[in-house]
Design a protein around this ligand. Structure first.
Ligand code: CA
Length: 225
């Protein structure tokens, strides 16, 4: 149904290309606990895709009735990033490499659209998925102002790739990421790689839902036919 026009596949990174979300959720939970706040691992999955500042402010408003100061945001986010970096490096998501190979073989362009601002991101992608992604087509935390669930990151990907909305598909694992893809007017495929009920991804606007990247990979030919 998509093949005629499809030119590019826009991949989110955490929870899609890498199985990194358990570590992010753990780091958020532990750092908030250390500051006397409650943020469960499951709640961290609900906030996935937000900027760090936005997540911190949600917790501050709920538990202190005020916004966090710039200094508080800076300190907490830095602690969270440090803790995350101290964990074992996340493995590529099973099925991701195989799917990327199929996409390349079909002449489609794979792109990464992430809210992550890790400096080592490009090296990490090149290491695990050699010669798949082009740096100049990536959208990261450094490119955007609003971040997901705002459609901005995906609209920017369309612009960078010189694409119309109906020439791309989005692959996302988080409710806010799905919302961003949907709001950008792009056909959005959800892969439910975390602990959330798949219904939240459909409610966020997913056009299709798969239980894993491997399942998406196994069904890829039927989707794009
Ligand atoms: Ca994600």
């Amino acid at each position: 149904m998509l093949q005629k026009k499809l030119k590019a596949v826009l991949f989110d990174m955490d929870g899609v290309l890498f199985n990194s979300m358990p570590y992010h959720a753990e780091a958020w939970h532990q750092v908030m606990k250390a500051h006397g706040f409650t943020l469960s691992r499951e709640e961290a999955y609900m906030h996935e895709g937000r900027t760090g500042a936005a997540t911190i402010n949600i917790v501050f408003r709920r538990e202190l009735g005020r916004e966090a100061t710039q200094e508080e945001i800076h300190n907490i986010y830095q602690e969270k990033s440090r803790l995350f970096s101290s964990y074992t490096e996340a493995d590529p998501m099973p099925g991701a490499w195989e799917l990327l190979q199929k996409i390349k073989a079909e002449g489609l362009t794979p792109m990464v659209v992430t809210g992550s601002g890790q400096r080592s991101l490009i090296d990490k992608l090149e290491h695990h998925f050699p010669s798949i992604f082009r740096k100049e087509l990536m959208v990261t935390a450094f490119d955007v102002k609003y971040g997901k669930p705002h459609p901005e990151p995906y609209l920017m990907a369309l612009k960078k790739g010189n694409l119309q909305a109906d020439e791309a598909v989005v692959v996302e694992n988080a409710p806010l990421g799905v919302e961003a893809g949907h709001k950008a007017g792009i056909f959005t495929i959800a892969v439910n790689t975390g602990p959330l009920d798949g219904q939240v991804l459909l409610d966020a606007g997913a056009n299709l839902l798969f239980p894993s990247m491997q399942a998406l990979c196994d069904n890829w030919e039927q989707i794009i036919r």
